[in-house]
Design a binder for this molecule. Structure first.
Ligand code: SAH
Length: 345
């Protein structure tokens, strides 16, 4: 049996046609899905015959909720979702004045090995399919009873290490027939797989590209991100300049500040020099301590100083607002804790 959500509407139309069904049944099916109806039996305008045929061939791959945690302030909801093979991922909804934003996962686990990140402990288990990525949003909307208008691909996994599924997902979620979420409301975050960023640039998409830079020199970057052994900062910046030339989009650079590793004035100056004159924005993230690591966040005055130094180079930065710290909302921590609990650690 296949997950029907991996078929976009055009593919499902074709399937209907090839299987003796009217192509418009595909639209009927997706109309129900986008209304939050996730059971074939409740799709009232599908004929009995169509329904039986669909049930014989497909299942609707909506994950079930293993855990749902609301932050005390009520601005963050974190989900642990389980797919039908038992694999668990996490996703977070953040409620802002301008709408609801969701942080979704693209892989079960991750193989990039960044030393501060909980998602990578245990490696990559498998890629998520386009339908499974979409289903996180469908399920989360259903759970919170509100529309989601912004997507960040910043959950577990490296989106560009699961390229085709991620691109298919973006096209589906952006299409008028789908959830119709504007490309400018979608951010893809990558640790910097340079050739794949070139591929992305050629997709003719208007999404925001976020780069996990986390260091302003290759030596420091190599200490915390194995991917830095493959691609240098200068190669990353080159492709970023091209990306913003081609798409007209401002690049976001993420910089997780780790006490004693990359938070000093010299690093800030170097970052300022590197990015000076670029169409970009820096997102400073005081590192979230993961149980398995000894990394600590810098004192807040140091974070502020880093921000001020960048400003001298006319580079704007924001310090990421900490939301949902009380519910383990950071980067793969909840799944990690759940796994450790299940293993009785
Ligand atoms: N693989 C993608 C997206 C996933 S993580 C990427 O590397 O960009 C989203 C962001 O959170 C990345 O910038 C990542 O480096 C950062 N991150 C991961 N763990 C973190 C932690 N413990 N503290 C602060 N930032 C973290």
């Amino acid at each position: 049996m296949e997950n029907i959500l991996n078929y976009d509407e055009a593919e499902l139309k074709q399937w209907m046609d090839e299987n003796g069904e009217k192509p418009f049944r595909a639209k009927q099916f997706y109309d129900w899905i986008y209304k939050g109806v996730f059971d074939f039996d409740d799709m009232k305008n599908l004929s009995q015959k169509t329904m039986e045929k669909l049930k014989k061939n497909f299942y609707i791959g909506i994950p079930s909720v293993v855990r749902k945690l609301n932050s005390k302030k009520g601005d963050t909801v974190k989900f642990l979702f389980s797919y039908n093979d038992g694999n668990i991922i996490e996703c977070v909804v953040m409620k802002y004045d301008y709408g609801n934003s969701i942080c979704i996962s693209t892989q079960v686990g991750c193989r990039m090995g960044c030393s501060f990140c909980a998602s990578t402990i245990g490696g990559r288990v498998r890629d998520l399919t386009s339908g499974e990525i979409l289903a996180q949003i469908l399920k989360a909307q259903d759970e919170i009873g509100e529309r989601i208008s912004n997507i960040v691909l910043m959950g577990s996994g490296e989106p560009l290490d699961n390229y085709h599924n991620v691109i298919k997902f973006i096209r589906v979620v952006n299409s008028e027939k789908g959830l119709n979420i504007g490309q400018r409301h979608i951010t893809l975050s990558t640790c910097g797989i340079v050739p794949k960023i070139y591929d992305l640039m050629r997709e003719d998409l208007q999404i925001t590209l976020a780069i996990s830079l986390h260091a302003s020199d290759d030596e420091t970057r190599k200490k915390i991100m194995p991917v830095a052994n493959k691609y240098s900062i200068s190669e990353i910046l080159e492709v970023c300049r091209k990306y913003s030339d081609v798409t007209g989009r401002r690049i976001t650079f993420e910089y997780s500040l780790v006490k004693g590793v990359n938070d000093d004035k010299e690093s800030a100056k170097k970052l300022g020099e590197l990015l000076s004159g670029m169409l970009c924005h820096v997102n400073l993230i005081p590192v979230n301590t993961v149980n398995e690591t000894s990394y600590e966040k810098p004192e807040s005055f140091k974070v502020k100083k880093f921000c001020d130094t960048l400003l001298k180079y006319k580079i704007e930065s924001t310090i990421r607002k900490e939301m949902g710290a009380d519910i383990n909302a950071a980067c793969g921590q909840l799944r990690r804790n759940y796994i450790e609990e299940s293993e009785g650690k």
